[in-house]
Design a protein around this ligand. Structure first.
Ligand SMILES: Nc1ncnc2c1ncn2[C@@H]1O[C@H](COP(=O)(O)OP(=O)(O)OP(=O)(O)O)[C@@H](O)[C@H]1O
Ligand SMILES: [Mg+2]
Length: 229
């Protein structure tokens, strides 16, 4: 089990977004999360990736607690472990969030140069491999505004993969894409899953979810239901 979510709850003031939800994701598994607008899909991804703090419950990655509840208070892992645990779970945002003033290569190398104990040459080599794998060869020195939406999204995926995460989350990866680019994204996501990465995809796109998911989680009224595909 790569990711295990237990009894997770989150409210914003009086607004109870989700309550007491539990699920897990295995290595190489693709899980889609569906639900109407406002049901809490993005909030759940933000809790998983430490951008938001849940109110109750626990999140475990590779059997290590990212956070857990102690005496009704959420406690994160010790500072010494926290950075490494957070790196195990990446997020590709709906709007890609590339750094506009940095080239493709700089976008990819920024975080690992800062966070990883690895040489510049090794990090660059990994970036080149990923760009090749995601059909972005030759785009190293381009800036985000010079790329199509689909290319920007693939750069965002490559960037999230630079830290070798065990889990990769996507928020609405196909919403801005045409049919053909959508096909490329599903191919790339399947490739990442075949490499052993656990994938969580928030999507409104039912056809895409039916095509790609091993399991579908539906969020409704603060609860989840899980269907095997
Ligand atoms: N930072 C915040 N502060 C207060 N309320 C918030 C915050 N973020 C989200 N919410 C509320 O939490 C609920 C869930 O929002 P969320 O963005 O998770 O929904 P979603 O399922 O991703 O919707 P969509 O499909 O439209 O993207 C909404 O009622 C929203 O208004
Ligand atoms: Mg959302």
């Amino acid at each position: 089990m790569v990711l295990s979510v237990e009894n997770l709850s989150k409210s914003f003031g009086e607004n109870r977004v989700f309550h007491d939800i539990s699920f897990s994701v295995n290595k190489g598994e693709i899980v889609c999360i569906r639900g109407k607008s406002g049901e809490g899909k993005t909030t759940l991804l933000r809790c998983l990736t430490s951008l938001e703090t849940p109110d109750r419950g626990s999140i475990k990655i590779n059997n290590v607690y990212l956070c857990r509840e102690e005496n009704k208070i959420i406690k994160y892992a010790q500072k010494s472990e926290l950075q490494a645990i957070r790196q195990e779970i990446g997020l590709v945002f709906q709007s890609f969030n590339l750094f506009p003033h940095m080239s493709v290569m700089e976008n990819l190398m920024e975080a690992p140069l800062f966070l990883k104990n690895d040489s510049y040459d090794n990090i660059k080599k990994r970036a080149e491999e990923l760009l090749k794998g995601l059909e972005l060869e030759g785009k190293e020195n381009s800036y985000p505004f010079q790329l199509s939406g689909g290319q920007q999204q693939r750069v965002a995926i490559a960037r999230a993969c630079m830290l070798n995460p065990s889990v990769l989350c996507f928020d609405e990866p196909t919403s801005a894409l045409d049919e053909e680019t959508r096909g490329q994204i599903s191919k790339i996501i399947r490739y990442l899953a075949s490499e052993g990465i656990a994938i969580i995809i928030v999507t409104h796109d039912n056809a895409f979810a039916d095509e790609i998911a091993h399991r579908i989680i539906t969020m409704k009224d603060g609860k989840i239901t899980i269907e095997e595909q």
